[in-house]
Design a protein around this ligand. Structure first.
Ligand SMILES: Cc1cc2nc3c(=O)[nH]c(=O)nc-3n(C[C@H](O)[C@H](O)[C@H](O)COP(=O)(O)O)c2cc1C
Length: 350
């Protein structure tokens, strides 16, 4: 067994977390990972409030082990100022009925008040951890501490790590640009030790980790564990069309690209007709979260319909390393076992 600050503080067997991937990481994946001794994280961002409550209930029925929920709490989503929501509301209203139907139930980023309701639900449910991306507001961290919820901050730069550290989070997840989803400019191999040097909190490594070699490398860099996204897409428990999962299995390094077309923020996703049409159109994004109104139907077309050319599908460079659909529990167990074997070989004994 590999013991680290992550396993000890959260109370899990393996220093492995599945990432809170919006839409992809639903209750089935979270339950499978947590029951296998890792920490599963619900992709909480995309749920409308009632659905979020129901999904957390489903997790609690499936496991009594620690699990996490991912939320985005930048001021642009938590503000109650209706003026600030006006451009997003206009974009939403400009969608066709068919497009709005496609987004029904997953329009939380485009709905004023939805994120505030998500916060209430998550605080009430008190999962072992909440993982915050983009922002770490003091008020939320205080509320979590009162309830014994650990707060993780997912960051892509040393500067953001410093901010999250000063805000008082419990763990920092340093995500290199190999990662699928929103991403920065620095590789995991350089970002993780740089963040460790800057903050006092334990640091997890994210981006480019797909097996026990990645876990062993992260631990050797000084990380307390890993946060893994793309590898878990290719599991039966992940949500998403089979064609999307097959694309992950078939994928090579050159198949992902950096795009702003999903949310207005920098992201790694599969390159396809949609991403290249967007890049060559010269259109400016509608910013965050408005751009999601533009791209949300593309996201759903990818996940629901398996449209590989016009769907918008985040994925990381580990598509090169993923060769089959594997049950999530086996991914966790094999990753832990392989890392233990490697670390026994490379750790000098005295
Ligand atoms: C399909 C997909 C969806 C993602 N959605 C989110 C999200 O909703 N919130 C978030 O903080 N990160 C999200 N991410 C990023 C992951 O949390 C994680 O940092 C990343 O997947 C790690 O790199 P890897 O893909 O190389 O394992 C997503 C990643 C993928 C591949």
């Amino acid at each position: 067994m590999i013991r680290t600050a992550l396993t000890d503080v959260v109370g899990i067997s393996h220093p492995i977390c599945s990432a809170g991937m919006a839409r992809v990481a639903q209750a089935d994946l979270v339950v499978a990972v947590s029951n296998a001794g890792g920490m599963g994280c619900l992709g909480g961002v995309s749920y409308m409030p009632d659905a979020l409550r129901a999904e957390i209930e489903k997790i609690k029925k499936g496991t009594d082990k620690p699990f996490a929920v991912n939320l985005l709490l930048p001021g642009s989503l938590t503000t109650e100022d209706e003026q600030q929501w006006a451009p997003v509301r206009d974009l939403w209203q400009s969608l066709s009925t068919e497009e709005r139907t496609k987004l029904a139930g997953v329009e939380s980023l485009l709905t004023s008040g939805a994120v505030a309701d998500q916060v209430e639900i998550v605080l009430d449910a008190a999962p072992a951890a909440v993982v915050l991306t983009f922002a770490t507001p003091d008020w939320f961290i205080r509320e979590c501490k009162e309830r014994g919820i650990k707060v993780f901050a997912l960051v892509g730069s040393v500067g953001k790590a410093r901010e999250a550290s000063a805000a008082g989070v419990d763990f920092i997840v340093a995500q290199g640009f190999e990662a699928g989803g929103h991403t920065g400019y620095t590789s995991t191999l350089t970002l993780v030790p740089a963040v460790i040097d800057e903050v006092e909190q334990p640091v997890l490594a994210a981006g480019g980790i797909a097996d026990g070699r990645g876990l062993a490398a992260a631990l050797t860099l000084g990380a307390a564990g890993v946060w893994v996204g793309t590898r878990f897409i290719a599991s039966p428990e992940a949500y998403g069309h089979d064609a999307f999962k097959q694309r992950v299995i078939d994928g090579r390094f050159q198949d992902t690209t950096i795009t702003y077309s999903y949310s207005g923020k920098r992201m790694r996703a599969f390159a396809n007709d949609w991403t290249s049409a967007w890049e060559t159109s010269g259109e400016q994004t509608a910013g965050f979260p408005g751009q999601y109104a533009v791209a949300g139907t593309r996201v759903e077309t990818g996940y629901q319909d398996g449209d590989l050319e016009f769907g918008m599908m985040p994925a990381g460079q580990t598509v090169q390393l993923v060769h089959e659909i594997t049950p999530a529990a086996r991914i966790v167990e094999e990753m832990a076992a392989q890392a233990e074997r490697i670390l026994r070989q490379v750790t000098p004994r005295d």
